[in-house]
Design a protein around this ligand. Structure first.
Ligand SMILES: *Cc1c(COP(=O)(O)O)cnc(C)c1O
Length: 396
């Protein structure tokens, strides 16, 4: 254990898995390029180490949600292109220019502001113009794309690098979803066709779009969730798989596991009700293990009602009571051979058993994205597969 970091609970990030996933995605979408989406601290995996691993595996660039996230990458020496997926305003526009980030523009005011920021910093900024084809969150209306592209082209301090859009239901298997994705792509095509020039890059697809919609790949795809080894949808994909997307999903490897060491073990009589609220009587005399992870770490209280299980000694074991802020209790059964210091896996594999982030997602009624993003900063991230020069397992 590293000095000052004595907590027996950690998230393990397998950078070999990240690299392998990026390579799978690259192969699936070639000749389109892969942009690695590392917003929200790389979905809780750690932006800087994941960005480096993704670039090593051939990602063409990176994308973040916020200018501050881009600056963090620059401060750690990442020199690859970094696209900010939102339109920076005011101070953020100037900071983006100074950090050499690529900015999204989605409004006339945004173009003016970005150009002013570029002049003030004395640099030229690459701009990706976003068109709203149906997500209805950000982006210029398709009819107004022409004018916005012209405004960017008219500013010598801006360099039009791309036109892009975002798909709302590319993971959907329902007929209505497929129809809507097709409609979004049609609107994108039409808006592109109306331009007097062909932008150097066009991009539209997230992981689901990249894998399930070959016609959405254009010059580049923006992959987040797939790179972390999680499927983009809880629904899974049924029926024929003409694009091979499901085959790629099946080969992705989850990069994150959540682990801890048992802090205490006690044998309790049937009927004992461990933890706050005394919610659950033990069905029989049982060994109960205490684990130093709780809801302040992102282990949600709702997991108890959701029937969550953790891995102890390679076996699935249920929670024995409510998750508290810093700790949880596990019912290891009457014959549970468990001792303080034993490793417990909350997400990940142990022996032949696995608990996935997707399992948590279905128990919590959410998506894998929210599970991994929800593992709080208090949980130390430990890296494996850092390659030569990594100098051990600690980072971030
Ligand atoms: C987050 C995000 C992505 C990545 O989506 P995944 O489903 O994680 O691949 C792509 N594009 C935009 C605009 C995003 O906000």
């Amino acid at each position: 254990m590293v000095e000052g970091r004595t907590r027996a609970a950690w998230a393990q990030i397998d950078l070999d898995a990240v690299r392998g996933n990026v390579e799978l995605l690259r192969r699936a979408v070639a000749p389109s390029a892969v942009c690695a989406v590392v917003k929200a601290d790389a979905y809780g995996h750690g932006a800087v180490p994941v960005a480096r691993a993704a670039l090593e595996a051939g990602a063409a660039g990176l994308a973040v949600a916020l200018v501050d996230e881009g600056i963090e990458l620059r401060e750690h020496g990442v020199t690859a292109p970094v696209l900010v997926l939102s339109e920076p305003a005011g101070e953020a526009a100037e900071a983006a220019a100074r950090a050499g980030l690529t900015a999204t523009v989605a409004s006339a005011a945004g173009v003016t502001e970005l150009a002013r920021a570029a002049r003030r910093v004395g640099t030229r900024v690459a701009a990706h113009v976003k068109v709203d084809t149906g997500m209805h969150r950000l982006g210029v209306a398709p009819e107004a794309l022409h004018g916005l592209v012209a405004a960017v082209s008219a500013e010598p301090v801006l360099r039009l690098e791309a036109v892009w859009t975002h798909l709302a239901v590319a993971d959907g298997v329902a007929e209505a979803d497929r129809t809507f994705t097709a409609l979004q792509l049609e609107r994108f095509e039409k808006a592109l066709a109306a331009l007097p020039l062909r932008p150097p890059l066009r991009h539209a697809a997230n992981t689901a779009g990249a894998l399930f919609w070959p016609e959405a790949r254009y010059d580049m795809v923006r992959c987040g969730i797939g790179m972390y080894g999680l499927p983009p949808s809880t629904a899974g994909r049924e029926g024929p798989d003409p694009t091979g997307g499901a085959g790629t999903v099946a080969r992705l490897r989850p990069a994150l596991s959540l682990r801890a060491r048992v802090s205490a073990v006690r044998e309790l009589d049937a009927g004992a009700r461990p933890s706050y609220g005394r919610l659950r009587p033990l069905p029989e005399r049982s060994i109960v293990a205490t684990v130093p992870l709780g809801y302040a770490d992102g282990v949600r209280r709702a997991l108890l009602a959701g029937g969550a299980e953790v891995l102890v000694g390679g076996r699935r074991r249920p929670l024995a009571g409510m998750v508290s802020m810093d700790q949880l209790v596990v019912d290891c059964g009457p014959d549970g051979a468990v001792a303080p210091g034993d490793e417990v896996v909350l997400i990940g594999t142990q022996g032949d058993e696995a608990v996935t982030a997707m399992e948590w997602a279905s128990r919590l009624g959410t998506i894998g994205y929210e599970v991994v993003c929800g593992i709080s900063p208090r949980v130390r991230r430990v890296y494996t597969g850092q390659g030569e020069g990594g100098g051990g397992r600690e980072a971030g």
